[in-house]
Design a protein around this ligand. Sequence first.
Ligand SMILES: [Zn+2]
Length: 279
Amino acid sequence: MIEQAAGARLSCPRCGARKLYRHGRVAGLQRYRCVGCAKTFNSLTGTPLAHLRHKTKWLDYLDCMLVATTVRRAAKEVQVHKDTSFRWRHRFLALTKHDRPARLHGIAEADELYLLESEKGARKLDRPPRKRGGAATKRGISDEQVCALIARDRTGQTLVFVTGKGPVTKAQLHQYLPPALDHDVLLVTDANAAYRYFAREAGISHEFVNLRTGVRVRGAIHVQNVNAYHSRFRFWLDRFYGVATHYLSNYLGWRWALDGQRISSPEVFLRTAMGVFHT
Ligand SMILES: [Zn+2]
């Protein structure tokens, strides 16, 4: 499967040449030698999965990830050490998180999701925090919170950007949204002024709902789809007992893969983790 996935686009990771010799087998994979530069490599060289061991357990592990099993439970289920389980999770997500639609069409809702910043645990193994204090000390949105900007069109295509600590800024909207939106998109947001100024400057059609006045829906103008996505993400994330901010984009990508069953089998997951995205 690994070799099939890499198949058609196999080329030398050093010089890009496609003329190769077969050069024995190592750890279950065909090894190749580049005709041009003599570098040896296999189908996983240059991917986040290179040098991971126990390949026969990968599909079972990815099966656990499809139901979003915790690190510890997945470790138990496929019989690997919990540190291995943690490493695998993030290696499998490293490219998976880049599988996303190119552009949103029609009506696109955008809204920010704020999560409490968590410095702890570059290695966090899904356990309840030992110390109490899972609440922000400052009120409102502060630099204790990390912002994920989520945009979703009415066909369900979704894009996610981790913009950093604190409230989203107009400059960040300029950075992330224009490349992700069709020119004739109608952007719908809440009343946050950053969106208004951004849309005006970028020449993007924009409508907003003023949630503070209690009006949540004006015909097609609402942010219910993107807010439902937020809720699903938060609910799903709960099982991990808070994730390190460093890995937030991995979790957003993971959730994206599961939402709407974008990735529905361990085989598809494996190909995606190798950077081979199905369209
Ligand atoms: Zn080469």
